[in-house]
Design a protein around this ligand. Structure first.
Ligand SMILES: [Fe+2]
Length: 170
């Protein structure tokens, strides 16, 4: 019997067999769950600041935060769906995100405008560190789609951190 034949006698979904070991799939899914929680937390923080920003920079920051939260909102979906493609379930509750994220929760009292910017710089940098820390396992596993996703997320977070940081420089 050829190894290429389809396992036609079993019922239900076939076992996942994409050429990445169970251990690697689990490790990458765990890491991506942290990235998802970080991204969602930064999304919520940025949308909150869009609502609550005040002061002479209102127009600039209200608009900039909208651009950023819209991008972050769109970004959680491919991360979650990569976790599913690796055979694991995607976290999607406040309890799970709180447990998984490396970011602090949104401040309960709205900070001053420039403090918001500072918090968002630190948030984008933290998500970038989370994404960067996953490269070794993705590369070891030959998981190119995850490495590609991480590259895209790093590009956005490092660019956003630079733009926000620039607002704080003389
Ligand atoms: Fe709005």
């Amino acid at each position: 019997m050829s190894e290429k034949s389809f396992p036609g006698t079993s019922t239900g979904a076939p076992r996942i067999n994409i050429g990445i070991s169970d251990e690697h799939r689990a490790a990458i899914a765990q890491g991506l769950s942290g990235l998802l929680a970080d991204t969602y937390t930064l999304y919520l923080t940025t949308h909150n600041f869009h609502w609550n920003v005040t002061g002479p920079m209102f127009n600039t920051l209200h608009q900039m935060f909208m651009t950023q939260y819209t991008e972050l909102w769109a970004a959680v979906d491919p991360v979650a769906e990569r976790i599913r493609s690796l055979g694991h379930s995607a976290p999607g509750s406040y309890a799970q995100f709180t447990q998984l994220t490396s970011l602090p929760d949104v401040p309960s009292t709205p900070p001053k405008a420039l403090e918001m910017v500072r918090i968002l710089v630190q948030g984008h940098e933290a998500v970038a560190r989370t994404a960067r820390s996953l490269f070794p396992v993705a590369e070891q596993a030959g998981d190119e789609p995850t490495a590609d996703l991480l590259t895209q997320r790093l590009t956005v977070h490092e660019q956003s951190a630079w733009m926000l940081r620039s607002l704080l420089e003389e």
